[in-house]
Design a protein around this ligand. Structure first.
Ligand SMILES: Cc1ncc(COP(=O)(O)O)c(C=O)c1O
Length: 392
């Protein structure tokens, strides 16, 4: 049945399954946390429910609990980001922050720039705002900022709208795993300044680093208030608690708070986080998490090298994903159907491009499945691939 009252933005979407039907599948599709590393929050949950119930069972302040905003300001300061708590807004995860940025800055017909490829969930959010997506490629050093500038100049010359925002994941990009070099970060900020652009910096994987030295976040290098930065406890503690933050100029976060339609993010989970972090448990946990994900990465990378001849990938130094290139001619949308019959799930290339792109890539999350399933799932994928030979 057709419902003519659906808004324009909803006409081209199909209903999402309310629960993913992945029964029996080995799950490489989603960046869920490794179950063994989820922290035990039982004691802080009890304290939040009992000692703090007049706070946690009420609506929270719109901006979030002040103590959590202060903790986050201190956490960011360790990365050279100098912000006071009035620059921090608590949201229901980083994706909520993306949505609020769209609500605050974008009108239908506006343009934004994104990487090619880029995070599939961000694409879904952007598409619902009826905007133009300008895709910019990248290489081993991350987003190709020279290409970005060329595109901006070309649009100015031909009278097309300049993008208002550029959405970027500088650290362990999803899906490519690449980290934007410091030189490119500085160049990107310079472009943002000269072309009057805002950078939406989405940085969930920063602390899930396995080797190498951290690169300064864009927000720590930003002298001109060009960066709206998103953080989340989804990858630091647990995705189910749905707590993240936006860090930006107070005027921006204040306006986002005014647009927030949830009566304040859940104070119960915020209080659990405050108590957990104050007890000194955050740093040991994150160190253990990074170690666990490094070992998961190694298991999956070795399995892919062994089981999938012709597969190429960069070994990521952090994050949750392998972005695997298969031989030309393989269509990973078709491979997915065959992979499901072999009992394994992944995300095909098509999910990561705003306009049609190469089909022979796939994203494998090593974050969730235990090592035996990482090996078994990749073996199954190899089998599915042998039965889906490349198309001419
Ligand atoms: C690039 C990126 N941003 C944000 C998130 C997490 O969003 P949230 O905090 O809403 O769970 C993820 C998780 O997969 C991600 O890969």
């Amino acid at each position: 049945m057709a419902y003519p009252a659906y808004a324009q933005r909803a006409r081209d979407i199909s209903p999402a399954p309310l629960v993913a039907d992945l029964d029996g599948l080995i799950w490489f599709g989603s960046g869920d946390a490794y179950p063994e590393i989820l922290p035990d929050l039982g004691d802080v949950a009890l304290r939040a429910a009992r000692e703090f119930r007049t706070e946690t069972l009420q609506y929270a302040p719109r901006g979030g609990l002040p103590e959590l905003r202060e903790w986050i300001a201190g956490y960011l300061a360790a990365d050279g980001i100098r912000l006071t708590p009035d620059s921090i807004l608590i949201v229901n995860g980083a994706k909520h922050g993306i949505e609020l940025a769209c609500k605050l800055f974008l009108d239908p017909g506006d343009a934004i720039a994104v990487g090619r490829p880029t995070y599939q969930s961000a694409l879904g959010i952007f598409r619902s705002w009826q905007i133009e997506l300008i895709e910019v490629g990248g290489d081993d050093d991350g987003l190709d900022v020279a290409e970005l500038e060329t595109r901006l100049l070309e649009r100015a010359r031909t009278g097309r709208r300049a993008p208002k925002l550029i959405y970027e994941m500088p650290e362990f990009h999803n899906p490519t795993g690449v980290t934007l070099s410091e030189a490119r970060r500085r160049a990107l900020l310079d472009i943002a300044e000269r072309h009057d652009l805002l950078i939406l910096e989405d940085d969930p994987y920063r602390r899930i680093r396995f080797e190498g030295q951290p690169v300064p976040p864009l927000s720590s290098l930003d002298g001109g208030g060009r960066v709206v930065s998103l953080g989340t406890f989804s990858k630091l503690l647990a995705p189910g608690i749905r707590v993240g933050w936006v860090a930006a100029a107070p005027d921006i976060v204040g306006r986002m708070a005014a647009l927030k339609a949830d009566g304040g993010s859940c104070p119960f989970t915020q209080r659990m986080i405050i108590e957990y972090c104050r007890a000194g448990r955050f740093e040991p946990h994150i160190a253990a998490a990074a170690k666990a994900y490094a070992s998961q990465r190694d298991v999956m990378a070795q399995a892919v090298a062994r089981e999938i001849p012709g597969a190429r990938f960069r070994l990521p130094s952090g994050g949750y994903y392998l972005w695997v290139r298969l031989p030309d001619g393989i269509d990973t949308d078709q491979l997915l159907t065959s992979a499901h019959t072999h009992g394994v799930d992944f995300l095909p290339a098509s999910r990561f491009y705003a306009t049609p792109g190469p089909r022979n890539y796939l994203r494998l999350a090593y974050s969730y499945a235990p090592p035996t399933e990482l090996m078994d799932g990749v073996r199954r994928l190899g089998k599915a691939l042998r039965q889906s030979p490349p198309r001419p």
